[in-house]
Ligand binder design. Structure first.
Ligand SMILES: NC(=O)c1ccc[n+]([C@@H]2O[C@H](COP(=O)([O-])OP(=O)(O)OC[C@H]3O[C@@H](n4cnc5c(N)ncnc54)[C@H](O)[C@@H]3O)[C@@H](O)[C@H]2O)c1
Ligand SMILES: [Zn+2]
Length: 356
């Protein structure tokens, strides 16, 4: 008999198939939270859920603005009558998944959570690993993810037909995050990807396996191992902010990976050949944008803004130094502290869209 409370870490259980088929796994009397946008593209979703006699189906329009206390309260209110043994189902991208994860943690001090990721980003990243959070708005500025929990999903249902309504940019964004895991964690797989780009299902399966293997070793982010998942995110977050979030998170991370390769080379950590190979593969495979996009964003940003953005980065070390994931080879990485002088030296080339 297991005494693990709902939401405690255990290895992910994935089920693949159509939503209609997998929805039959939903216990009667569950509460479902569904991204309204997704229901518009996939009109069969709500009837399939209704067939399971849920206590409530809550519709929320997905997007970063949904990740607030109002949505959280809406989910908590809808889930009030759920018993502790009940199930909360999240059908949506990372934003719906994050809010519902927090709600699953709070409701009755923890209920069972099932995730149905509907974006590729959610499928390869956010629906796995137990994290959920909501944003706070302070003096008009949105602070991302300050109020969060760890609450692992019991199951994930991956329904490939739901991804058919995603835009090309949304596909690229998820693919970049998936390739990121392969580049850092699995050299042989990376080489296979370079020879032949993987089909969508394989990409999702591989990325989930790799992320799961990291989470299994560091389920509550204590050993620091999970930091590897932040490859490309230090400068990625800077570029995302400088673009005022016009650049998608995934595209920003892709460009941030190029910056991390440059930093790694400058510090003698990343061999030049590795950096070249990875950059070429990221362009040809998931379709990382060109360096001209880095240049366009940096040209209009004062250096002081970048220093401030990097300092605010939660990956910064204790003394305020920049702590980055750098590749030592393909499928191998190190966490290193990077001095301001190091990245400032790269600045002139980045500003011209050149590889330093
Ligand atoms: N918990 C974690 O570990 C983790 C990891 C990475 C990112 N995140 C979070 O995830 C969020 C981003 O996730 P996201 O990119 O999935 O965002 P999202 O949930 O905002 O989805 C993006 C957009 O796509 C729409 N959409 C969703 N599924 C669709 C479908 N099948 N077809 C058409 N449109 C669809 C949504 O309505 C939304 O407008 C961020 O808030 C980020 O902080 C969390
Ligand atoms: Zn990311």
């Amino acid at each position: 008999m297991s005494f693990l409370p709902p939401g405690a870490y255990k290895p992910a259980t994935d089920h693949w198939g159509s939503f209609e088929k997998l929805s039959k796994r939903l216990p009667e009397g569950s509460v479902a939270v569904v991204d309204r946008t997704v229901t518009r593209f996939h009109p069969g979703l709500i009837p399939a859920l209704e067939a399971r006699s849920p206590r409530a189906i809550i519709q929320i329009t997905g997007g970063e603005r949904a990740k607030n206390f109002a949505s959280l309260e809406q989910v908590l209110a809808g889930g009030l009558s759920l018993p502790r043994s009940g199930t909360l189902l999240a059908v949506g991208g990372g934003t719906i998944g994050d809010v519902v994860t927090v709600a699953a943690h709070l409701l009755k001090r923890g209920v069972r959570l099932v995730q149905v990721p509907t974006t590729l980003l959610a499928a390869v990243d956010s629906s796995l690993g137990g994290k959920g959070a909501v944003d706070l708005t302070l003096r008009g500025r949105v602070v991302k993810n300050p109020a969060g929990v760890f609450h692992y999903a019991d199951e994930a249902w991956i329904c490939p037909e739901i991804f058919s309504s995603l835009s090309e940019a949304q596909h690229r964004e998820g693919a970049i995050e998936a390739w990121k895991m392969v580049v850092c964690l699995d050299g042989p797989l990376f080489r296979r990807y370079v020879r032949k780009a993987p089909a969508l299902e394989k990409l999702v399966k591989d990325a989930r396996r790799l992320k799961e293997s990291v989470c299994a070793q560091d389920p509550y982010e204590q050993s620091g191992l999970r930091r590897v998942l932040n490859f490309g995110h230090s400068f990625g977050h800077v570029l995302e902010s400088l673009s005022r979030f016009k650049l998608s998170h995934g595209d920003a991370v892709g460009l941030g990976m190029l910056c991390a390769l440059d930093v790694g080379r400058a510090m003698g950590v990343t061999p030049g050949k590795v950096a070249t190979q990875v950059e070429e593969a990221m362009r040809a495979g998931p379709g990382v944008l060109g360096r001209d996009r880095i240049a366009a964003l940096l040209r209009r940003a004062p250096l002081s803004d970048v220093v401030e953005l990097l300092a605010a980065d939660k990956k910064a070390g204790k003394a305020g130094e920049l702590r980055m994931v750098l590749l030592t080879g393909i499928g191998a990485f190190e966490i290193r502290d990077v001095s301001e002088a190091t990245w400032r030296n790269l600045w002139p080339a980045w500003k011209q869209g050149l590889r330093p």
